[in-house]
Design a protein around this ligand. Sequence first.
Ligand code: FES
Length: 107
Amino acid sequence: MKHYAIDLETLKKEVKHRVVFDKTAILLIYKEDNVYAISDRCPHMGASLANGEIENNTIVCPKHNAKIDFTNGKVIDRAKILFVKFPTKDTVSYPTEIKDGKVYIDV
Ligand code: FES
């Protein structure tokens, strides 16, 4: 189901923006005229990714540094606690659409 999420100009300024639809937390990320949407629950232990650092096309979980490609939800680097890496599944990504300056997500 398609939901209005945010005005594009606002997202451009914020770069990352968290929304919740029907208890599903989603993180929107603006990059180079595209908008991406992934689950805002880290696939390792569920932390929010909203405060994670963006590196190229990835976002780094602030909790244990799992690195996720926000263009498709794939895990690039697993969660790490001390020197041990833990299994980390890919996360969910959602289709987005920009129409008349507004961003919509298909959830
Ligand atoms: S909760 Fe994100 S890496 Fe552990």
